[in-house]
Design a protein around this ligand. Structure first.
Ligand SMILES: Nc1nc2c(c(=O)[nH]1)N[C@@H](CN(C=O)c1ccc(C(=O)N[C@@H](CCC(=O)O)C(=O)O)cc1)CN2
Length: 298
């Protein structure tokens, strides 16, 4: 029997529904809607699509969306000044600067300028530090979404062997931290890891976040492993086609014959990113108003 397909798209839709219902209650209690500000610098086509999706999802979840589109040649001082205004704006609970930024802008400096209490992306060093020492803060959306899918399928992760392939600040490192907090035994593998297939073979849970199309092969997997594919890679177009196919970091077709469960690309982890962003924004709004978000509401 083939692997169970983990329906991230369906899970994300239900999470967005719960956030929307709770956001309505927040608006009644606070006398205003929760607000998310998204800043896009430049015209990167994929970023434009993601920012449009975030706007639509925010409005559909009964929250206020503040979109700021700046030209590609925007200077750092101008961008930092906008972030400062958003930090000071009481209608804005969450701030997100869409990445990647154009090359002349220093991403770390821009992220550092966002108030940690409005950093719904969870990228600020204060939030990374909070996650590292087990304090409550904002957790990056993609790894938190992966954890939701994992715990929904597996329940308790205690003692399971987890291998995270990729060590980025945005996915790999926070993912490893979350798995560790859930008492999994965690290995972070990367481009210098020796015998990657052998390391992956031990894993009950594989999280692939390297950004290399179909790099993880079916024969590397332990039978019945749960595979979370974070990669979104576009293959070159087939002859006559306008666009290439989207694939993950895992050889999905073959892996289905070995894994116990696997996320597809598209329709797996990707949709969770925006759903968790809305969740984080609502959490920020409750905190900013000093209100209690009812236990288990999201
Ligand atoms: N400030 C941030 N920048 C970026 C983040 C982020 O979390 N914060 N993540 C990515 C882009 N991203 C959201 O911003 C994102 C990526 C992918 C998806 C998604 O739903 N993907 C679909 C496929 C979409 C397609 O057809 O191209 C899927 O996997 O099913 C949503 C959001 C980088 N920047």
């Amino acid at each position: 029997m083939g692997a169970q397909v983990i329906d991230g798209k369906g899970f994300a839709a239900k999470l967005r529904e719960r956030v929307g219902a709770q956001a309505e209650k927040f608006a009644q209690a606070a006398g205003r809607k929760a607000g998310l500000a998204v800043v896009l610098v430049g015209e990167d086509p994929a970023s434009q699509v993601y920012v449009r999706s975030k706007h639509k999802a925010t409005v559909a979840a009964n929250m206020e969306s503040f979109e700021h589109r700046l030209p590609a040649d925007t200077g750092e001082a101008e961008l930092l000044a906008l972030v400062e205004r958003l930090n000071a704006d009481p209608a804005v609970d969450g701030i997100l600067v869409q990445l990647p930024l154009p090359d002349h802008l220093d991403e770390q400096a821009v992220i550092a300028a966002i108030s940690p209490d409005k950093d719904v992306d969870g990228f600020h060093v204060t939030n990374a530090g909070r996650l590292a020492v087990g304090q409550s803060g904002f957790v990056p959306c993609t790894p938190l979404g992966c954890m939701m899918l994992l715990t929904d399928r597996l329940g308790d992760l205690s003692g399971l062997e987890a291998v995270v392939i990729g060590r980025s600040n945005i996915v790999g490192k926070p993912m490893a931290q979350l798995l560790l907090d859930a008492n999994a035994t965690v290995t972070i593998a990367h481009s210098r890891t020796k015998d990657l297939p052998g390391v992956v073979k031990r894993a009950d849970i594989v999280v692939a976040a390297v950004g290399r199309a179909e790099m993880v092969k079916a024969e590397w997997l332990k039978p019945q492993a749960t595979v979370i594919d974070v990669g979104i890679n576009r293959l070159p177009p087939e002859p006559g086609a306008e666009k290439g196919r989207l694939v993950g970091d895992v050889d999905y077709g073959a892996a289905q014959g070995v894994a116990g469960a696997i996320t597809p690309v598209p329709g797996g982890v990707g949709p969770m990113t925006i759903a968790v962003l809305l969740r984080n924004t609502l959490v920020a709004a409750y905190r900013n108003e000093g209100l209690d978000l009812p236990e288990g509401a999201l």
